[in-house]
Design a protein around this ligand. Structure first.
Ligand code: ADP
Ligand code: MG
Length: 344
């Protein structure tokens, strides 16, 4: 009972946009496709929707060959970043659209369509706004209507292509929580495309990381965050600090200190150690990288500082707020990674 993408390749003239993409979405699973712009996310969604065909490979859903199915019969709901609502239709008419265009013998009755629209308006918490036009809605409300319209056909798979991409940060966070609830209530298998790592880790049961058309890593948000499979994934998850080190007997050795290695590294030798801002200790002296505070980046719930090393290298640290410890531009400190990641 699942969506299986098997060895899919897609080449545009000479450009390989997808290379040997293989993964499985279990029935009801929420998958985030995460990757930078140009990594092939939209291309893959288009293949799933039947808007384009793979150059090779297979796509099956619950044992059925999707590539041989007419796109209309795949029962796929789609939402894009840009509000693709019909401007001349009300919210209710937009939601009913997918049902109204069905051939007569498959079309639900007027009363059934009305009931579906009412149920969906309730689901998206817009019960009283069915008669409005898209121009009378906020960006967040429009995307909720787009989602209701995609759900109206009772889809087997929901494809969301950066649906919150055009909205401001606060609305995005709100919609994230809301989408999670809707997914919980409907249980529809969902592929959610984003280039925002926080969004992917927050929403998904499993994350598929794409790099230049290839699957770089698949795992639960915790697996991806705790064990990034490559330097690419580590860096893509957020601001990474880098420092050359020498690995010996499973430890990363630096000039004046050493640090435990968090992942399974290669053998002894020279590497670039990577470490996260919040996995660092800061002290006025003692072992550590000699640094000078070059900027106070944020002082909200945590304190984030930009630090400059002796050779000009920049580092970032994140420390819990401690009213007894204040830092100022120019302070000389020692920065020490508490654990590091090592990649070939
Ligand atoms: P993403 O959605 O991850 O930003 P896309 O799937 O849109 O990436 O694109 C992946 C790559 O394939 C890009 O380099 C893009 O330029 C290329 N591409 C996408 N569609 C076409 C097309 N129809 N013809 C040629 N190249 C394309
Ligand atoms: Mg895209």
């Amino acid at each position: 009972m699942s969506l299986i993408i098997n060895n899919v390749n897609k080449t545009f003239t000479n450009f390989p946009a997808l290379k040997d993409v293989t993964f499985e979405a279990k029935s009801g699973e929420f998958i985030a496709l995460l990757g930078p712009s140009g990594s092939g996310k939209t291309t893959l969604l288009r293949l799933l929707a039947g808007l384009d065909t793979p150059s090779s490979g297979g796509i099956t859903f619950e044992g059925e060959d999707y590539l041989r199915l007419n796109p209309r019969d795949r029962r796929i709901g789609m939402v894009f970043q840009s509000y693709a609502l019909f401007r001349h239709m009300t919210v209710a008419q937009n939601i009913a659209f997918g049902l109204n265009v069905r051939p007569a013998k498959e079309r639900p009755s007027k009363a059934e369509i009305k009931a579906t629209v009412e149920r969906l308006l309730k689901l998206i918490q817009m019960e009283d706004l069915g008669k409005r036009y898209p121009s009378q809605l906020s960006g967040g409300q429009r995307q909720r209507v787009a989602l209701a319209r995609a759900l109206a056909i009772n889809p087997r798979i929901l494809l969301l292509d950066e649906p919150f991409g055009a909205l401001d940060a606060l609305v995005r966070k709100d919609l994230r929580r809301w989408l999670k609830r809707i997914h919980h209530e409907t249980g529809v298998t969902t592929i959610f495309v984003t280039h925002d790592q926080e969004e992917a880790l927050d929403l998904a049961d499993r994350v598929v990381v794409l790099k230049a058309g290839r699957v770089e890593q698949i795992g639960t948000p915790l697996e991806i965050f705790d064990s990034p499979a490559s330097a690419f994934v580590f860096d893509f998850l957020g601001s990474a600090n880098k420092l050359p080190c020498h690995v010996q007997a499973g430890k990363a050795m630096f000039d004046s200190f050493e640090a435990p290695i968090a992942n399974t590294a290669g053998g002894d030798g020279d590497y670039i150690a990577r470490f996260r801002p919040f996995e660092t200790a800061l002290s006025p002296d003692g072992p550590g990288i000699p640094v000078t505070v070059s900027a106070i980046l944020a002082a909200g719930s945590a304190l984030r500082l930009e630090l400059r090393g002796a050779d000009g290298a920049l580092f970032e640290t994140e420390q819990p707020r401690n009213p007894a410890l204040t830092y100022a531009h120019g302070d000389r400190l020692r920065l020490r990674p508490q654990k590091v990641f090592i990649y070939q």
